[in-house]
Design a protein around this ligand. Structure first.
Ligand SMILES: NC(=O)c1ccc[n+]([C@@H]2O[C@H](COP(=O)([O-])OP(=O)(O)OC[C@H]3O[C@@H](n4cnc5c(N)ncnc54)[C@H](O)[C@@H]3O)[C@@H](O)[C@H]2O)c1
Length: 248
């Protein structure tokens, strides 16, 4: 399916995990992608898989300068920017009383600050192309999952920020939506090892009894929000989680 033909998309964390799957899926749907990630090895592998359509920028998404560089790279290499996916987010899982200032800063800086920095840097180009932004939330934020204080708070702040941007930027033709995924990635694998009971609980109560496949199950839902079929949607949260959480 080529529903992203001609799109130029920045994917933060686009070298591995759900981000890596999106980079591959979006290019298969006709888009060009700038993947921004700390993981240089995985980033180089992505570029090698499709050098014409994928560019890689090594950098920490919490730094404002990296957001600006990513936008410049999209425009210099692919001629424009049509879409932004704020996917990368780092955090540590701990009970609330054990959270340090450093833990809090890691989640807020990579999650909320990174998302805002990339949105602000991309705005002038997205205004020209009437672009689309997808930010990442989480079921952990919606449910208030134990041990996820800094992460859940950041994810819900991202949803609030996205709704404000949807209202402020609709008149510029820019849409802003949120996806909350559930997919088996290296990040989840690590979390499963630390919290096996929470993992089993999710699997048992999920109607489909499985985590999604990053490329087959999750990336197409973001592709829909970046494409023209969703042109009348903004400010929404979509659950890409096998029916785990039903928003009302
Ligand atoms: N996997 C799930 O089931 C799940 C569930 C809910 C929400 N999410 C959200 O989906 C998104 C992707 O999750 P994932 O499981 O693929 O994560 P992951 O940890 O597997 O991959 C994240 C990618 O981001 C990169 N990254 C981390 N910190 C960075 C930084 N400061 N600068 C640049 N790159 C950085 C990593 O190198 C990695 O390539 C995240 O926002 C996560 O919170 C995932």
């Amino acid at each position: 399916m080529k529903n992203l033909e001609g799109k130029v998309i920045i994917v933060t964390g686009g070298a591995a995990g759900i981000g890596g799957a999106m980079t591959t899926e979006f290019t298969e749907r006709g888009a060009s992608v700038v993947a921004v990630d700390l993981n240089e090895e995985a980033g180089k592998e992505k570029v090698a898989s499709n050098p014409e359509k994928i560019a890689f920028l090594k950098g920490d998404i919490s730094k404002e300068s990296i957001a600006k560089e990513a936008v410049e790279l999209a425009v210099s290499k692919f001629g424009k920017l049509t879409s932004l996916v704020n996917n990368a987010h780092a955090s540590r899982q701990k009970p609330l009383l054990e959270l340090t200032e450093e833990d809090w800063a890691l989640s807020m800086d990579t999650g909320l600050k990174g998302t805002l920095n990339f949105m602000k840097a991309a705005y002038p180009e997205l205004k020209k192309t009437k672009g689309s932004i997808v930010n990442f939330g989480s079921g952990a934020g919606l449910l208030g999952q134990k041990n996820q204080g800094s992460y859940a708070a950041t994810k819900e702040a991202i949803r609030g920020l996205s709704r404000v941007a949807a209202n402020e930027w609709a008149e510029d033709g820019i849409r802003v939506n949120v996806v909350c995924p559930l997919a088996f990635t290296d990040g989840v694998k690590q979390w499963k090892e630390n919290f096996p009971e929470q993992y089993e609980e999710i699997i048992s109560k999920n109607p489909m009894h499985r985590f999604g496949d990053p490329q087959k199950d999750v990336a197409p839902i973001i592709a829909f929000l970046l494409g023209e079929d969703s042109q009348y949607m903004t400010g929404q949260t979509l659950m890409a989680d096998g029916g785990d959480i039903k928003l009302r």
